[in-house]
Write a protein of this length. Structure first.
Length: 419
RNA sequence: GUGGAUAUAGCUCAGUUGGUCAGAGCACCAGAUUGUGGCUCUGGGGGUCGUGGGUUCGAGUCCCAUUAUCCACCCCA
């Protein structure tokens, strides 16, 4: 155990971490353009926040949270998602008193106690945004378009955007009743899971993957059949805004997401070829959540993208990220006499903003050259006792395979000019 | 929480019906004119065969347990 990481977690090492940095920077850039400010909240919160915010009956709260009691006897939970904490921060810091809407983004680790499999980990990373304080369908469209924009800039292909409207507190009870009416005669034939959902949240029976449930639900009324006039027109406007900017979508009237807080717009983005866990992102509107969490009645909407799954999709699709290059300069030495000069030169170069490296294992010149090649250094400065005595050093261009003598006094300037 | 598969050098894997089976390729290190990389050649280091039991004269090779990984269910990112 001493040398194995906890189940479902990952080390991201040099070589891999550059992809993460690239992704994160891309997301931050898009946020700048769309006007979203970063919020950094704790990775743990009071358990109660998630129980109330995410929903007591969700799988996340019922069986997937990393919950523990701290030394002060408080129940603490490692955040399983980002929205609840963002809402808490909005309320606690009274951001509702600022000019609305408030547009935030976050990026960081989330924790869920699941059985790991392809694209699913116990510690995983999400990038997400939240907009508080506007119920405009244009905001729904902005948020969805932004997510799609990010995928597109990464270069992901063949993604499917599914959208739906799950109604509001006015129309959902009506749908709920209609659904129960439809499923009641077949109650005994539903899967055990859905039998429980019948009372708690009949909406969820609609997107159950169980074959029997799907058959029974085939002719059930869908979310869109019961929308009230306000929700219906909201949904129509969202679609028209998406149409206006050319965002392709599939209306999926069986899409019901697993978190209880969604109202009206719900959406999910799926990728092919990354296994069963095909969702690379999702989100929706949550007009009741902020009030539920103790804030003033405030509409909100957001999405979250799974970074591991994005990276997995990119890998499967053969998408390459900008590669990081090796050091501009490698300083090789011959003889112990020149070590100090090499070290001094190394630091001078670095202070000029030039990535420079040297050997620290006492390697032979041949081995140093080989090592420099492995590091993908562009130039190698060879400090030989003979040349140094004459005040010069050899600079070798590794790509061209050519080298020449350069006076030590002008070395930094020479390298600067070359790199 | 349920089911299936896998677990041999840093990596990818061979290892026949249990008896030189502890190997290969790559990687790493060193040499091939005692001051020069990328190709080639030669040599070298490195593994309690996931862990713990058991069967057997003898087990990577069979059995059980355990841990981990992978895949799927469930759920979601």
């Amino acid at each position: 155990m001493l040398t194995t990481r906890p189940r479902g977690t990952n080390d991201i090492l040099p070589g891999e971490v550059e992809k993460w940095q690239y992704l994160e920077e891309l997301a931050r850039q898009v946020c700048r353009e769309y006007g979203y400010g970063e919020v950094r909240t704790p990775v743990f919160e009071h358990t109660e926040l998630f129980a109330r915010g995410v929903g007591e009956t969700t799988d996340i709260v019922e069986k997937e949270m990393y919950t523990f009691t701290d030394r002060g006897d408080r129940s603490i939970t490692l955040r399983p998602e980002g929205t609840a904490a963002a809402v808490r921060a909005y309320v606690e810091n009274k951001l509702y008193a600022m000019p609305q809407p408030i547009k935030l983004f976050y990026i960081g680790p989330m924790f869920r106690y699941d059985r790991p499999q392809a694209g699913r980990y116990r510690q995983f990373h999400q990038f997400g945004v939240e907009v508080f304080g506007s119920d405009s369908p244009a905001v729904d469209a902005e948020v969805i378009a932004m997510a799609m924009d990010i995928y597109e800039r990464i270069g992901l292909k063949d993604l499917e955007l599914h959208i739906n409207s799950v109604g509001c507190p006015d129309c959902r009870p009506i749908l709920r009743e209609k659904l129960q009416e439809h499923f009641r005669p077949h109650l005994a034939n539903l899967c055990p899971n859905c039998q429980g959902r019948f009372e708690r949240n009949p909406l969820r029976i609609l997107d159950c993957k169980n074959e029997k449930c799907q058959n029974i639900g085939r002719h059930a009324p869908t979310t869109l059949d019961a929308l009230c006039a306000a929700c219906d027109s909201h949904f129509e406007l969202v679609k028209s805004y998406l149409d206006a900017v050319g965002v392709q979508y599939i209306v999926d009237n069986r899409l019901v997401r697993g978190l209880d807080y969604y109202t009206r717009t719900a959406f999910e983005i799926m990728a092919r070829d990354i296994g069963a866990q095909s969702s690379v992102g999702g989100g929706g509107r949550y007009n009741g959540l902020i009030e539920e969490c103790g804030g003033p009645p405030t509409p909100g909407i957001g999405f979250a993208l799974g970074l591991e799954r994005i990276l997995l999709t990119a890998e499967r699709q053969g998408i390459t990220f900008p590669v990081t290059r090796g050091p501009a300069v490698f300083i090789a030495t011959v003889g112990t006499e020149v070590e100090k000069q090499a070290f001094t030169l190394l630091q001078q170069l670095r202070r000029q903003g030039i990535a420079a490296e040297k050997d620290y294992l006492g390697r032979s010149l041949k081995a140093q050259m080989k090592y420099a090649g492995k590091l993908d250094a562009r130039l190698v400065i060879i400090l030989g006792e003979e040349e140094v005595a004459r005040g010069v050093a050899v600079v070798r261009d590794m790509q061209a395979g050519e080298q020449q003598e350069v006076p030590m006094g002008g070395m930094v300037d020479y390298i600067k000019a070359k790199s």
